[in-house]
Design a protein around this ligand. Structure first.
Ligand code: HAM
Length: 403
């Protein structure tokens, strides 16, 4: 038997209901904040991710589904959504047009990670990207928007916040961090030794406990921010306080992608095991320019839908629509015609087989319909139908043509 690939799941039935429930809420929230849908291809040139997510990141270094296509192009299944949206933004010359452009998207992402609970090789993200706003109010808005989505889905969270500085303050901090790493180089893991040269700040979120203990004494980026980053971060915290969004400052939050500067944030859940990050994002003011666009400030976030699906509190599954059943073979054609007409406005479930009352009622309960109609020789003769309300058990008889 052929099975699905490791870390790649089917989404059907009840899971699909949760999935669409989430997408509908997230879409509604994004539209309320003035964002527009964007769809970008699943496959992009590998160079796009190398240049944006960064060669030193685990995503690009270890996890890409990269291959050469039949036209000898070096391509890759997207590991995340931001890079493709930025490429589209530049390709459509929206950077040259100027102004504010806000997008949301959802779809599959691919990372060749070791699969475990909450960690898939094909997973789904809902993400948003905002271009053209150089104001920390937009960063706060992103965070409030994520919080709104989580709240409407009944999901509790902790919000972790950090500032990664900018090109003014980051280089100095980098130097002091490298000096510190060198002072403990004999004791840290191999990955951290490599990170020292590729992207030193990534050592701060190393999962090795011994490394973590050593980095407790490392210089903190938050203490090295320049005036502008410092005042933006203070303002961001004030806006969140004013709007009653609780947060924790996590000075080790550096995010796994290289394009961030200034605001970085992550939403985590304590109820889904070790893969606890349910959403993450931040500001990436240099990325558009880095991908050959006109310099454009930008900020965004993405949520991991599979992780959220475990946490969503679904509303009570209400009975909805009609079940129409035939009592005998001769009535089936009429059932089909009635269903066809009613489906223009309502959900209608039918069975192509003639059955007795008891078996049809079972079918209506399984389909969770609100109304129940049986068609047999009596109904055909009288030209009427009786609609049974399965919730309050009332009945109503109608002329068939008025149905
Ligand atoms: P990210 O933190 O790499 O950010 O991913 C966002 C979310 O995707 C994570 O918080 C997590 O919930 C989910 N996720 C990541 N990897 C997996 C996996 N292997 N299995 C299941 N879920 C996963 C980004 O991707 C950035 N593009 C976010 C962003 C948008 N920053 C600015 N704009």
């Amino acid at each position: 038997m052929i099975k699905s690939l490791r870390g790649m799941n089917d989404i059907l039935s009840e899971d699909y209901e949760r999935f669409t429930y989430f997408i509908n809420i997230a879409t509604d929230v994004a539209q309320k904040y003035g964002f527009h849908f964007i769809e970008t291809p699943l496959l992009e040139e590998t160079a796009l991710f190398k240049r944006s997510v960064g060669e030193s990141s685990d995503i690009v270094g270890k996890e890409m589904y990269q291959f050469t296509d039949k036209g000898e192009n070096d391509v890759c299944l997207r590991p995340e959504g931001t890079a493709g949206v930025v490429r589209a933004f530049i390709e459509k010359k929206l950077d040259k047009a100027g102004g504010i452009h806000r997008f949301f998207y959802h779809g599959s992402m691919f990372r060749y990670e070791r699969p475990q609970k909450g960690r898939l090789r094909q997973f789904h993200q809902f993400g948003v990207e905002s271009f053209g706003v150089d104001s920390v109010y937009e960063d706060a808005t992103m965070i409030m928007m994520s919080a709104d989505i989580l709240k409407r889905c009944g999901i509790g969270y902790r919000l972790q916040l950090n500032s990664l500085g900018d090109s003014n303050c980051m280089p100095q901090y980098r130097d002091s961090l490298i000096s510190y790493i060198e002072s403990v180089e004999d004791e840290i893991c191999e990955d951290c030794v490599r990170r020292k040269t590729t992207n030193p700040i990534r050592v701060l979120d190393c999962k090795n406990e011994k490394c973590q203990a050593l980095y407790e004494k490392a210089p903190k980026l938050i203490n090295s921010l320049c005036d502008s980053c410092e005042s933006d971060f203070t303002k961001l915290k004030k806006i969140l306080d004013d709007n009653e969004i609780a947060y924790e400052i996590d000075t080790n939050l550096v995010r796994g992608l290289d394009y961030y500067s200034k605001t970085a944030f992550e939403f985590v859940s304590d109820n889904i095991g070790s893969q606890s990050a349910i959403a993450g994002g931040g500001r990436y003011d240099k990325l558009v320019e880095f991908l050959d666009g006109r310099p454009t400030p930008a900020v965004g976030f993405a949520m991991g839908i599979e992780r959220l699906m475990e946490l969503i509190v679904m509303p009570e599954n209400k009975r909805d629509g009609y079940y129409i059943g035939a009592m005998d073979e001769e009535s089936i054609d009429l059932v089909i015609s009635l269903a066809q007409r009613k489906r223009q406005t309502d959900k209608v479930i039918i069975d192509y087989k003639a059955k007795n009352f008891k078996n049809h009622i079972k079918g209506a309960d399984k389909a969770n319909t609100k109304y129940f109609i049986l068609i047999g020789s009596n109904e055909i003769e009288s030209g009427t139908i009786t609609i049974k309300n399965l919730e309050d058990k009332t009945e109503q008889t109608l002329n068939m043509k008025d149905f």
